[in-house]
Each structure stands twice: as C-alpha cells, then as structure tokens.
Design a protein around this ligand. Structure first.
Ligand SMILES: [Zn+2]
Ligand SMILES: [Zn+2]
Length: 102
C-alpha cells in the first residue's frame, strides 16, 4: 500500500493526504510540487526517476473499508534536504531524458 508521507522530503512543507501538491517517485519519495519543479527539475535525488502527482486516498468509507480511517497516512517525517550543488551535478544529464526512458 502507498505510504502517504506527511511532508516534503526537501523543504518539510506539510503534505496532508488530501494535498494536491504532493509528488511521488516510484519508491514513494515524496516532495512538494514546488521543489520538484524548481529544485529537483523532475529528477528524484534518491533514484533518478521522475515524479507523478500522489493519489488522494478517500477520506470517506465509500467501499469495503478502503479509506483513510482504516489506512491512515504515515506520521513519520523524512526530512532529508537535497544538497543543491550535488543535485545539479546528479540531474545535469538525467533531466533531459524523459522519465519513461531513464
Ligand atoms: Zn518542498
Ligand atoms: Zn526516488
């Protein structure tokens, strides 16, 4: 099950389960849209993959207990700010390769 992490790994901005600003990579590395666009340039600093909007888990029990009340968001903060200089080097070539070809 997708781990709904509580904050942006870079700037620590709150990203509650209903946030439309949350972005994730395939490993669930979680960042805010602003950091993905301006700092990361759509290159995950941990795996090199691209990002996609994080799905919102329903807050209401529409069907079969598949909702936030049964499967709540994570409360474990992973705040590991990116070293901007290191990320510029890491993403220099990667950012020009579309995520589906990396
Ligand atoms: Zn951020
Ligand atoms: Zn990643």
């Amino acid at each position: 099950m997708l781990e709904l992490r509580p904050t942006c790994e870079n700037c620590n901005k709150a990203l509650p389960p209903s946030s439309t600003e949350a972005r994730i990579c395939s490993y669930e590395c979680t960042f805010c849209a602003s950091c993905v666009e301006t700092v990361l340039e759509n290159v995950c600093p941990n795996c090199g993959g691209g990002f996609t909007p994080r799905p919102v888990r329903p807050a209401n029990n529409w069907k079969g207990d598949n909702f936030l009340g049964k499967n709540p968001a994570s409360t474990t903060v992973k705040h590991r700010p990116v070293d901007p200089a290191a990320h510029v080097r890491f993403s220099a070539k990667l950012k020009y390769i579309p995520p589906h070809e990396r």
